[in-house]
Ligand binder design. Structure first.
Ligand SMILES: Cc1cc2nc3c(=O)[nH]c(=O)nc-3n(C[C@H](O)[C@H](O)[C@H](O)COP(=O)(O)OP(=O)(O)OC[C@H]3O[C@@H](n4cnc5c(N)ncnc54)[C@H](O)[C@@H]3O)c2cc1C
Length: 352
């Protein structure tokens, strides 16, 4: 029998909300999908924008996707994977093996390795095993997150309400009956479904969800007058012993990522950019030259802190405490790293 079409109200137009729209339409193309997004743009923590200082389209943060991230790879329209499967100086990795493993875990979980629960590390190992060449391939965003990932998902929504911020709601007998936005109220029909794809902090605020702690990530972008090169002409490098964690080269842009960057809080943008610029020049083998235009982006709540305590606060299933509302989002999957891959999986689970 043909399934009857339903109306789905999606709260949040980040990757989780947009993937939910896709999976709803794939279930039944006659379903009616409405996305409500508080910001003026889609993408949440994953989008690109034109930066006036750098005079270039940049990503809010350089996002790395591994070949092993099957779900997000299906969505990404990319051709230029890097075949580079080494990140470090091989001699160093042999002598400081555990330090490097800790560094990789920090990069994946945005949490100090010693704080990550074993259950989460085990889940990661299961996903990566066996770690063949294809799984090791790397894609990193190049100012194209919106174009390659977010924008193509737009078409799955019948209506996108940008600037619609959910302030509160009304419920009766564990069923959400009304959503109250800054622009007005929306009655929820008896057959309608709600997919809550808000970030963890807003879910806590509006729906009294669990109260998480968060870890920041800092990104710095430099626009150089001529393209910079890294040793052996590789496009990116991990620098575990420096302030910068990862350095990526995209034409005349140098992008730097620093995970769990709380230690940088007291440092002014200019001072931080200068410190890291010196590190880059040293790797590059050229002594300090003047610093090019730069942009520092500090994401205070980049991901939840993925330690044991916060991991246990994550829900076990996608069902919320309201019968007509399911949860999606990177923070909703217990034991999974907060990443694009997990976000897609969470949307799949919510719709299933
Ligand atoms: C700096 C940084 C670097 C990262 N690097 C990587 C990486 O290299 N690789 C990787 O895989 N992942 C990375 N991630 C993680 C990845 O970006 C996230 O896992 C993913 O984007 C989460 O998507 P989401 O839809 O669950 O949440 P969000 O993107 O946070 O979406 C939630 C949406 O809800 C909206 N919203 C909030 N409140 C309301 C309200 N009241 N009413 C309506 N809408 C509301 C928000 O505006 C937002 O659009 C990184 C994240 C950051 C911040």
């Amino acid at each position: 029998m043909k399934k009857k079409a339903k109306t789905y109200h999606i709260l949040g137009g980040g990757l989780a909300g947009l993937c939910a729209a896709k999976f709803i339409k794939e279930k039944n193309k006659n379903n009616n999908v409405i996305v409500y997004e508080a910001a003026a743009h889609l993408g949440g923590r994953c989008f690109s924008f034109y930066d006036k200082i750098l005079q270039k389209e940049i990503d809010n943060a350089t996002h790395v996707v591994l070949g092993a991230n099957k779900e997000v790879r299906k969505l990404l329209r990319i051709k230029d994977w890097s075949n580079q499967s080494y990140f470090f100086d091989e001699e160093k990795i042999n002598t400081h093996f555990w330090r490097y493993i800790s560094f990789i875990l920090l990069s994946i979980f945005n949490t100090k390795a010693c704080q990550i629960p074993y259950s989460a590390i085990l889940k990661l190992l299961q996903k990566l095993f066996p770690f063949g060449t294809d799984k090791r391939k790397i894609y990193f965003s190049k100012g194209d997150l919106s174009k390659n990932l977010i924008e193509p998902l737009r078409r799955y929504a019948d209506e996108i309400k940008l600037g619609w911020k959910l302030n509160s709601f009304q419920a009766k007998n564990d069923v959400v009956q009304k959503l109250i936005f800054n622009h007005g109220e929306v009655e929820i029909g008896s057959k309608d479904q709600i997919i809550c794809a808000l970030d963890a902090a807003n879910y806590h605020k509006i729906f009294s969800g669990p109260k998480f702690e968060f870890n920041p990530i800092t990104n710095i972008f430099y626009r150089t007058s001529v393209p910079l090169t890294l040793p052996k002409n590789i496009p990116f490098i991990a620098t575990p012993n420096q302030t910068a964690d990862w350095i990526f080269i995209v034409g005349d842009m140098v992008a730097v990522t620093i995970s769990d960057s709380s230690q940088l809080e007291g440092i002014e943008d200019e001072e931080l950019a200068r410190k890291i610029w010196l590190e880059i020049r040293e790797i590059n083998g050229i002594k300090a030259a003047f610093m090019p235009p730069f942009k520092v982006l500090r994401h205070q709540r980049a991901t939840i802190k993925q330690d044991k305590k916060n991991n246990m606060l994550r829900p076990k299933t996608a069902q919320s405490s309201y019968k007509n509302m399911r949860l999606a989002g990177d923070w909703t999957m217990r034991n999974w790293p907060c990443s694009l891959e997990t976000t897609v999986l969470s949307a799949k689970r919510a719709i299933k």
